[in-house]
Design a protein around this ligand. Structure first.
Ligand code: SF4
Ligand code: SF4
Length: 503
């Protein structure tokens, strides 16, 4: 072939060892590429161009017969920006936090700007009023209890749970409750029974084993918080199977760190249902607290390059070992971001936005602001509304743009999985909500590669798992997903020479 320009926008090739896979951007059909050359016998892995040459004829056949069509694009063309996710309200309960995590974007809990806490009566009136105006019978609504450390305003959590349960009965909607907590505060019968009665997802900020966690997340006196968190995690786990426990890990790519080692340490406790693992996003002013003297003398660009390489390498190791974490004697159900992408590929789903921010997800804070993203609290220029007035639709336009109309992503082969990246990270890194930074894109590609590698290696049990519960777990800030009805729409598959279908 003289040029693969069209194919590189339409297809993503994933390679691992001697294996290679081909993902079609427009339908999320996935194939294994039959190739004998690989590095298992000491030879170099084939180049992407060489692999495209191998599959070229099969691709033409698949396109000519209509087996590969533009399902994802077409589905988004008829979608509303509000389709594909439940209403989710992030309730920023208090500015106060009892830890001093090195990388905390909330700057010790108060975002450097906000003070105070939500009150348990009039503020909750506003929040429930917003729910009432934005739902119909049969809807599900998710509360995300957030902070600061939300457990430090437990009265408001309790009151909102009780009041929403009464509302659910009256108007026929369903509430889901999730808390992002460091789980180091008081955990008595009162807290545990609330988690149980309301079937909480408890997302615990825990970064790995004691050494890693205590380094990243000291308390305000500078002492480690690992032992008290772990003890409380065990108590939550022992309390009830109605509670879902998520290990929310922030990965700091220090040269000596091992992400897989930290995952294995937490996995060995056999108490966490899911893991959620994201790399730390570190502002210039946080470089010293997060990395100490590790990168002394290096420029910001050099530090970023070293960190990105380390993140890539550590996620690859995790990906290679991923299937070994699923064991009959361990309750591990997966890494949320990887499992969501696996589901989208296997079921033929398209992302209707990278997240629900500014669409169906809003953050309510003690300053009575309504924001499109929890990380932007305290940025008046990006405010969506107020408790009193609700959301001003004019402020949400940039949050609701379709990936079909996002020029910078239009040549990206994973655009219907990623859908434009985290807008807050885009803003910080490129100055524009809808202009992604190559560093963020690299991580999105890594997640997709991890999902593809897992599908390529897994047996039928893992592939056949019901992943519908992921919709209730607020993965990737509530990424909205739409089904394209792929299985019903595709014609019979033509005979293929170099591709083995996996979807
Ligand atoms: S943000 Fe980056 S990885 Fe995501 S769709 Fe856009 S170009 Fe692709
Ligand atoms: S994905 Fe990014 S922009 Fe979207 S809500 Fe989350 S932090 Fe905010």
């Amino acid at each position: 072939m003289s040029s693969h320009r069209r194919e590189t926008a339409d297809f993503h090739i994933s390679q691992s060892g001697e294996h290679a896979w081909l993902l079609h951007a427009e339908s999320h059909e996935l194939f294994q590429i039959k190739t004998k050359s690989g590095n298992s016998d000491g030879r170099e892995s084939p180049s992407q161009d060489a692999l495209m040459d191998v599959v070229h004829e099969d691709i033409l056949r698949l396109k000519d017969t209509g087996y590969l069509s533009r399902l994802n694009r077409d589905r988004l063309e008829i979608a509303s920006p509000l389709d594909g996710a439940n209403l989710a309200l992030n309730i920023n309960l208090t500015s106060v936090c009892n830890l001093g995590c090195t990388y905390c974007f909330a700057e010790g809990g108060d975002y450097g700007r906000i003070k105070g806490k939500l009150n348990a009566d009039t503020d909750l009136d506003s929040i429930l009023g917003f729910v009432s105006e934005n739902t119909v019978a049969g809807d599900a609504v998710r509360f995300e209890f957030f902070g600061g450390e939300p457990m430090m305003n437990f009265d408001a959590i309790e009151a909102l749970c009780e009041r929403s349960a009464r509302m659910a009965e009256q108007v026929g909607i369903r509430f889901l409750y999730r808390i992002s907590t460091n789980l180091t505060t008081r955990l008595s019968e009162r807290e545990l029974s609330l988690f149980e009665r309301f079937g909480f997802t408890v997302s615990v900020s825990i970064d790995g084993g004691a050494a890693t966690h205590d380094r990243n997340r000291p308390n305000l006196a500078g002492r480690g918080s690992f032992q008290s968190i772990l003890q409380n995690c065990h108590r939550v786990r022992a309390r009830s199977e109605a509670i879902t426990l998520v290990a929310r890990m922030t990965y700091v790519p220090l040269p000596e760190s091992s992400l897989l080692g930290d995952v294995r340490e937490l996995h060995a406790e056999n108490i966490f249902d899911w893991f959620q693992i994201l790399p730390a996003v570190v502002d210039d002013s946080f470089l010293k607290p997060v990395f100490g003297d590790t990168f002394a003398g290096k420029s910001r660009a050099e530090i970023d390059a070293l960190c990105d390489d380390k993140v890539e390498a550590e996620y690859k190791k995790l990906s290679d070992a991923y299937l070994s974490l699923f064991r009959p004697d361990n309750r591990f159900k997966g890494v949320l971001e990887i499992e969501t992408i696996i589901r989208m590929i296997l079921l033929g789903e398209v992302a209707n936005g990278h997240c629900s921010g500014g669409r169906k997800y809003f953050t309510f804070s003690p300053d009575k602001s309504v924001m499109p993203c929890h990380r932007l609290v305290g940025e008046p220029a990006l405010q969506s509304g107020t408790f009193k007035a609700g959301v001003d639709a004019a402020t949400t336009t940039e949050w609701r743009s379709s990936i079909n109309q996002t020029p910078v992503c239009s040549d990206c082969a994973i655009r219907y999985l990623c859908s434009g990246g985290c807008k807050q990270e885009n803003l910080v890194r490129s100055g524009n909500l809808n202009r992604p930074d190559p560093r963020s894109c690299r991580f999105q590609f890594r997640l997709v590669d991890s999902a593809i590698e897992t599908i390529g290696r897994a047996g039928p049990d893992l592939l056949g798992r019901d992943r519908s519960v992921l919709n209730d777990l607020f993965v990737s800030c509530g990424r909205p997903t739409l089904n394209t009805d792929r299985a019903a729409k595709r014609p019979p598959r033509p005979e293929l020479r170099s591709l083995v279908p996996l979807t």
